[in-house]
Design a protein around this ligand. Structure first.
Ligand SMILES: [Zn+2]
Length: 499
């Protein structure tokens, strides 16, 4: 049990947690966003990040500070918190990114950890090797060996109250990611960044991001805090949280701003193309796009960066609200509509529905069926698992219609797409109070049919009559011949032609 990280509320694999950071004397509520501070180029000052944006934590690069003489002297002399004017949690990176960019750096894990401790970092990072996506297996394995040595070195260093990151690498080799996570989890290090995913995100490979995170999560205990290193676009926060990521860092807010790019939860826009701001943050309500375009370069970058931060922090608050309400998957579903690659990410998340189901709360608010993907949600998987264990009476009516008492049957159960048969005793419980569109789609009907098949298979002695509401052949074909099938025909008797 990791005593530094306490889980409060969960939804899918997302959770609200509290990470205690002893050296800072602070607790950070997760999911949390850590703005990246370039020590040489402060687009928005850390003091303002804390006071105006509510940032509890930030991340900066100890390798750059160490390599820049005046910064190094000041950091050693004043300490990082005073130098940056930030009283929250400061996480420091080690130069691994520079290692991946330039092939070598002039510092070892022991040296950089000693330096991070000396400047008063709250959470430090060893020198791991970020292996890019699609690397050969040999490269990924060799890099992992180096990373594992770095973690062992980190365990051996006296770091006092400072927490330590244990980065998880392995490129896009999912078994290596899982093994790396298992190895990291077995160390006594504290926080688990999933590394080298930025190239995947830059290429909109959200499906691969989901698989990489899922592999890391398989190797980690549920109580391990997970940092998705370099993930700074608010568009994908909900998806990543639903996969179990707790910490994010954003350099994007500043980097994008310098390039005239405006972040939204539905993607990125260019300031040059914006006629109206679709946002109600302080920047967007007090400026027009025209005014921002006319601002001096430095001023424009700062204003854009501030908007980018506002929209990013707002999304984190929205996600926390969704976790509390039990509507995180509905939020992911709506974000998935912003871009086909996000939809791939969500569909890939649903490939992991069985694993998600094991952690998903048994009861939430109301299940909203809002897309064909809803038919694959963990709640549906859970009910289908339960149907294989349910005892049915000898003679059972399954119906989508009203079930007036009919003594030909021992019981009448409702059939509710996408879940399938629902025993009367469960019908008022989550998720069977679901809200469905009147115009239900074949994906929900096929899923409901799958539920019928499960129940029939588990109760071969039961005589089952299924009364469905105009199911398509794709739903009816798998129903065993032993089931008597009737059609309600409701859709053709209402006098409204809906097709
Ligand atoms: Zn704005």
């Amino acid at each position: 049990m990791r005593e530094r990280f306490e889980l409060r509320r969960g939804d899918a694999l997302g959770r609200i947690g509290e990470l205690t950071v002893p050296h800072a004397g602070r607790t950070v509520e997760t999911p949390a966003l850590l703005p990246v501070i370039n020590p040489n180029l402060r687009t928005v000052s850390p003091a303002r990040l804390e006071a105006e944006f509510g940032a509890d934590a930030l991340i900066t690069n100890a390798y750059i500070i160490r390599g820049t003489e005046d910064l190094r002297e000041r950091a050693l002399d004043e300490g990082l918190h005073e130098m940056l004017e930030f009283s929250g949690v400061i996480v420091t990176d080690s130069g691994s990114f520079q290692l991946s960019e330039y092939g070598e750096i002039d510092v070892t894990t022991r040296e950089i950890l000693d330096f991070q401790r000396a400047i008063g970092s709250d959470v430090a990072t060893p020198v791991d090797v970020p292996t890019p996506p699609d690397a050969t297996r040999e490269t990924a394995e060799a890099d992992l060996e180096t990373t594992e040595r770095a973690l062992a070195d980190a365990e051996a260093v006296d770091t006092g109250e400072m927490l330590l990151n244990a980065p998880i690498q392995g490129s896009t080799h999912l078994d290596l990611r899982e093994a790396a996570a298992r190895h990291a989890d077995a160390t006594d290090l504290d926080v688990f960044p999933v590394g080298a995913v930025v190239p995947l995100m830059n290429d909109y490979r959200y499906a691969d991001v989901v698989d990489v995170v899922a592999a890391a999560k398989r190797g980690l205990g549920a109580d391990a805090p997970v940092h998705l290193f370099g993930a700074g676009h608010p568009m994908m926060f909900a998806l990543a949280v639903a996969m179990g990521c707790d910490l994010f860092d954003s350099a994007a807010y500043a980097i994008y701003a310098r390039d005239g790019r405006y972040l939204t939860v539905r993607g990125t826009k260019h300031l040059a193309d914006i006629d109206y701001f679709p946002c109600s943050c302080p920047i967007c309500t007090s400026h027009t796009p025209e005014e921002l375009r006319a601002a001096e370069n430095g001023e424009r970058d700062r204003l854009l960066a501030e908007h980018n931060l506002h929209v990013s922090f707002a999304e984190i608050r929205r996600i926390k609200t969704a976790i509390r309400e039990g509507t995180l998957l509905e939020l992911v579903e709506s974000r998935a509509r912003a871009h086909p690659a996000m939809l791939d990410g969500y569909r890939t998340l649903l490939d992991h529905a069985e694993r998600i189901e094991r952690h998903d709360p048994a009861s939430k608010g109301t299940f909203f069926y809002c897309s064909t993907e809803s038919a694959r949600r963990p709640e549906v998987v859970r009910h289908h698992g339960r149907l294989t264990r349910l005892d049915a009476p000898d003679c059972l009516l399954l119906t989508e219609g009203n079930s007036p008492s009919d003594d030909r049957f021992d019981a009448a159960w409702r059939v509710l797409p996408p879940f399938g048969p629902v025993p009367r005793a469960l019908s008022e419980t989550y998720p069977f109070t679901a809200e469905l569109p009147d115009r239900i789609d074949p994906a929900a009907q096929v899923a409901a049919a799958r539920g019928v098949v499960r129940l029939v298979a588990a109760n071969p002695e039961t005589s089952v009559t299924l009364v469905h509401d105009d199911w398509p052949a794709s739903a009816l074909t798998p129903i065993p011949e032993s089931v008597t099938v009737e059609c309600l025909g409701r859709r053709h008797t209402g006098g409204v032609d809906r097709d």
